[in-house]
Design a protein around this ligand. Structure first.
Ligand SMILES: [Zn+2]
Ligand SMILES: [Zn+2]
Length: 343
């Protein structure tokens, strides 16, 4: 099959490699659409992610959908021709974490296109455990199917956020994850939705998607604006999709009493924030990674048009033009999310 091999940082070569081997519990999936994730871009540029070195050549891509073209002998509930989206995780199912429903903490946890594995979805076919594949409802396209994964990230963040109806929310970052968070929080009955970024183009999109207030952090003081927007009572629920020291300290400073701050974005920053605020406001600070049992919920949110996921797609490229797609993502400030087509 043809695969997009990252052979050195910043350079992908489309080459022929061996077809994937299909195990008894696997589906062989012909890839139709893949979205580029921020983590793909990080690996593309740096050849390293979350402190793990990447073994080259590396096949990027984990936000994908496709058509089932072959099924393993123990598979039930799927047939050839089914349209599916792929939860990129795999796990042992037996350890303490798996058995208590926290499989994203499994000691043997693996993820498509994440080290130590070097196999992702930017290729013609993948083989994947059928337990982690989900049928697309008839009214969902392959394109929507490829955005289930980032929405699932937000579903999990939402579920641990202690959000209550009418809570005001602050979202750091108007990239795809921040915009998906905004749309989900609106759908769930959020009060005032405030979103920060340093890019006015993205903030304008946030406004169109329902943000009540947008703050450009390069031009404004987030803490004083939120102080006046909330009459000094602070924000009860904060989603940090950036994950830098500045956004974390702004979150701590702008949070209300007993607020929950969920950190979704990741950077190499070492954080610095006001410990007095953390203690005296009895804040809840949570990190979240990937998802547990969130795919079915994310699919239903899209199926029922609760979250218009296609509004985060800004660019489309063909599989053969992956280098151009990454180049655009790295140089064009109007890139939100990029979708790669395979036919
Ligand atoms: Zn992703
Ligand atoms: Zn496990």
């Amino acid at each position: 099959m043809k695969a997009a091999l990252l052979t050195r940082p910043g350079f992908i070569e489309i080459k022929y490699t061996h077809d994937p081997v299909i195990g008894p519990e696997d589906l062989l999936i012909k890839i139709k659409r893949v979205c580029i994730c921020g983590s793909d871009n990080h690996i593309y540029n740096e050849g390293i992610i979350a402190k793990s070195d990447v073994v080259l050549p590396f096949i990027l891509g984990h936000e994908c959908s496709g058509e089932v073209i072959e099924i393993g002998k123990n598979v039930t509930g799927f047939k050839k021709g089914d349209r599916v989206t792929v939860e990129p995780s795999s796990f042992c199912g037996k350890c303490e974490f798996c058995r208590s429903g926290r499989y994203n903490m499994c000691d043997s946890y693996r993820f498509l296109a994440a080290p130590p594995d070097n196999q992702g979805a930017f290729c013609e076919m993948i083989s994947h455990d059928y337990h982690n594949c989900f049928l697309l409802p008839d009214n969902m396209t392959y394109e929507e199917g490829a955005i289930v994964e980032p929405l699932a990230i937000i579903v999990q963040a939402f579920e641990i956020s202690n959000f209550k109806v009418n809570d005001d929310v602050l979202i750091h970052g108007a990239g795809p994850i921040g915009l998906l968070a905004l749309m989900l929080l609106r759908a769930m009955g959020a009060g005032k939705c405030i979103i920060t970024d340093l890019n006015d183009y993205k903030l304008n999109i946030a406004k169109r998607l329902g943000a009540d207030f947008t703050i450009n952090v390069l031009k404004n003081n987030v803490v004083s604006i939120i102080d006046s927007l909330t009459n000094s009572s602070g924000i009860p629920v904060i989603f940090d999709t950036v994950g830098m020291s500045k956004t974390l300290s702004d979150s701590i400073s702008t949070s209300g009493k007993n607020a929950t701050i969920v950190v979704i974005g990741i950077s190499d920053d070492k954080a610095s924030f006001d410990i007095v605020d953390l203690i005296c406001k009895m804040l809840v600070l949570k990190g979240t990674t990937d998802f547990v049992n969130c795919f079915p919920k994310a699919i239903r949110l899209i199926e029922n048009k609760k979250v218009e996921v296609m509004s985060v797609i800004s660019h489309y490229y063909d599989f053969n033009d992956l280098n151009i797609a990454f180049k655009n993502m790295n140089t064009n400030p109007q890139t939100i999310k990029t979708m790669i087509r395979f036919d």
